[in-house]
Design a binder for this molecule. Structure first.
Ligand SMILES: Cc1cc2nc3c(=O)[nH]c(=O)nc-3n(C[C@H](O)[C@H](O)[C@H](O)COP(=O)(O)OP(=O)(O)OC[C@H]3O[C@@H](n4cnc5c(N)ncnc54)[C@H](O)[C@@H]3O)c2cc1C
Length: 440
């Protein structure tokens, strides 16, 4: 029997997860990517100035020992294991993360209101939870819910908590006991509680190195932007004129783009794909002539008048991410086609970011900016609005019918970390393999 022609669309974690699974069957799939580089969201870039930035802050905190081992092999065991440090910025205060466990230092009036609402909520009759706002009120009480997570939701998810479901929460937002809230309000050194405690990061060369082991497992074709899929003839067309056939197809291409490219996709499926919401992110990458910029690896920003939602400090992940004695900051500024369309070019956000870094005191007037770049991430975070579940069912149902094995953050359309995207690619490869076997 000849080797089946299983084609993989995308060379991110999901695409390489698929290649890894197919490798076990002795298959080296052809992998197409529109970019001039492989890696998708797990790429890292080093600028001429010597500063390295990942495509958004990337750390590996998977608890799956199989994936931990695979990533460790990719970097020849050369990785840092770091205890995570996270904090928040809110109206000039810098509480530790998560804020609900670290109220200490906030204005007395705020702490009083947060605690009294929290207690009141514990004794209130149970109400149905129909959306994320209901969940937040029930978990934290009104004052905290409105001042912190609901505010952050508007900046990060770009819609209101009332318009969001709760199926993405998992362990992401910690629901504390009264004792934990009180302890964090009274003491500056309350215990650290977060679903991420430690993370691993490659010692040199950025997050991208975690892909090293998998790159030889595929026949990678870069600069190949898919433009159409004909599921009846199993033909793919690319913008550079390449036309190819497949026996079975694995795709990590974002669903709204993929559906648009499928010849003969029914109108209800096309409409459903249009309803899927995702954030777009402008990453502003700044290099500074000192390294003592922050004690935290990441900081969350709640205030509407600060343009960025989150900051990361790549030099704190690995000393090799910045030249000696310098530091780097990566700011995330969020938009969404559906809820807050992008304004201006990515570079237009460099000045506002630097201005806000100064306003909150992270940059000093005498700091020298050694590097300032901006990058557009068209697809960043899936928005779990109330339309998502139904629309996704329609889109996935159709792809199942025409035998396209979708995978990854933008194929599964979920809140997935790198390990989950990788495993999703492996599972999609299994579906593609069984589709080939059943059609023989
Ligand atoms: C800001 C941010 C921070 C994150 N931080 C973390 C973190 O700290 N830890 C963690 O584990 N995860 C993190 N993640 C999640 C992680 O990035 C994803 O789970 C993972 O990278 C998704 O991999 P993927 O292969 O599914 O998608 P992608 O990496 O996007 O791969 C899809 C590929 O398809 C290609 N493609 C798209 N359209 C076409 C087309 N028409 N033709 C050909 N090719 C096409 C793209 O170029 C891309 O290479 C973060 C994500 C973001 C956005």
């Amino acid at each position: 029997m000849s080797t089946p022609n299983i084609v993989v669309l995308g060379t991110g974690m999901a695409g390489f997860g698929a290649a890894h699974r197919l490798h076990r069957e002795g298959i080296a799939p052809v992998m197409y990517d529109k970019n001039a580089y492989y890696g998708g969201h797990t790429m890292s870039f080093r600028y001429e100035s010597g500063f390295l930035f990942d495509v958004g802050p990337h750390i590996s905190f998977t608890k799956d020992s199989r994936i931990q081992d695979l990533f460790a092999e990719s970097v020849d065991q050369q990785y840092e294991t770091v205890q995570i440090s996270l904090n928040n910025y809110w109206k000039g205060y810098w509480p530790l993360h998560p804020v609900q466990l670290h109220l200490h230092g906030l204005p007395e009036e705020t702490i009083l209101k947060v605690i009294s609402d929290f207690v009141e909520e514990r004794y209130a009759p149970e109400r149905p939870v129909n959306n994320y706002a209901d969940w937040l009120y029930a978990s934290f009480g009104k004052t905290f819910a409105e001042a912190f997570p609901m505010q952050y939701t508007r900046k990060y998810h770009l819609t209101t908590a009332e318009n969001m479901s709760t199926d993405w929460l998992g362990p992401r937002i910690y629901r504390p006991s009264l004792e934990e809230v009180l302890r964090g309000a009274l003491s500056a050194s309350a215990p650290h509680t977060h679903y991420i405690t430690h993370f691993r990061y490659p010692s040199g060369g950025g997050f991208r190195l975690y892909l090293n082991k998998f790159v030889p497992m595929g026949n990678i074709k870069l600069n190949h932007e898919l433009t159409s899929v004909d599921p009846r003839t199993r033909e793919l067309k690319f913008s550079n004129g390449t036309v190819t056939q497949y026996d079975s197809l694995v795709s990590s291409v974002p669903l709204p783009d993929l559906i648009r490219m499928i010849d003969g996709a029914p109108q209800d499926v096309v409409d459903a794909a249009r309803r899927l919401a995702c954030s777009t992110c402008i990453l502003v990458n700044i290099g500074v002539n000192r390294e003592d910029l922050s004690n935290a690896h990441m900081t969350y920003f709640y205030d509407e008048d600060i343009c960025f939602t989150r900051l990361g400090f790549p030099h704190m992940l690995s000393a090799q991410n910045a030249p000696p004695g310098t530091g780097n900051i990566q700011a995330e500024v969020y938009f969404s086609d559906k809820y807050k369309p992008l304004t201006g070019a990515p570079e237009d956000w460099i000045e506002p970011v630097i201005r806000d870094l100064r306003r909150c005191g992270l940059l000093r007037e005498d700091d020298q900016i050694l590097c300032s770049k901006a990058m557009l991430l068209k697809y960043a975070n899936i928005i779990f609005d109330l339309e998502r579940a139904d629309a996704l069912k329609t889109v996935h149902g159709y792809l199942d019918d025409i035998g396209i094995a979708y995978c990854g953050r933008y194929g599964d359309w979920g809140y997935m970390w790198t390990d989950e995207s990788f495993k999703s690619g492996e599972l999609a490869a299994e579906r593609a393999l069984s589709a080939v076997v059943s059609s023989i």
